[in-house]
Ligand binder design. Sequence first.
Ligand SMILES: [Fe+2]
Ligand SMILES: [Fe+2]
Length: 272
Amino acid sequence: MAHWSPEDIPWESFDPALVDPDILKVVKAAAMVEKNAADYAAYLRNVFPDDPAFQKAAGRWAEEEVQHGEVLGRWAGLADPDFDFAGRFSAFRDGYKIPVDSTVSVRGSRSCELVARCVVEVGTSSYYSALRDAAEEPVLKAICGHIADDEFRHYKLFYSYLARYQEAERPSRWAKVKVVLNRIAESDDDELSYAYYAANGKGEAYDRQSNADAYVARAYGFYNPAVVKRGIAMSMDAAGLPSGGIPARMLSALAWNIMDWRRRRLAQAVAA
Ligand SMILES: [Fe+2]
Ligand SMILES: [Fe+2]
């Protein structure tokens, strides 16, 4: 059972005057990806067929992710009464598929699959923490607070299974670092850009790069250095690297500067 429900959200406090149009666009895109989590649960159940405890946990995890999507979509409908959540989500599903039939992890091992799941939860916990801090609209702030709490718990869930599986599989540290780097690089892949297009497009043909740029130009604007620092530390933990000390601090500063540079460069391009 989820730790909270849509009834816990103070919907009556919604204030349309405080809706930021850029935040609205990225929230619509996030609602698509979150609501699609049942497919990931099917894939995880295939990859861990002989681990009923993990399968059960993955089922609960997916229910929470789907709830994130539904609540974000409901908020987007309040902020933009013309937003057709069901229709947009169906368009997203028609155009974006994940390989749910695979019976082995696309990451090469179960440990590496769990590292990748940790990285995804680093991304979402950072994203909703940043959005919670940036949002002025009180209902969205409350929603993002609940979701961020869930995403940190999800990270801990996958991390706990990672600790168990890596004891048996003994993946090298380099193998785990590679998964972290690859999964971070994949945040530029089709899923988010297609979600952004499906949620915000106006009938134009899909162009991956322009939609990815439009998403990043907006989403990166909500981050702050503290959120990035914590995300880097969590990623280094998942890779089996020391998450304190000078290397972690240097990596945090580098990540923040790259994000800030990309945001500024793309904001100019998107506005042009
Ligand atoms: Fe989520
Ligand atoms: Fe999550």
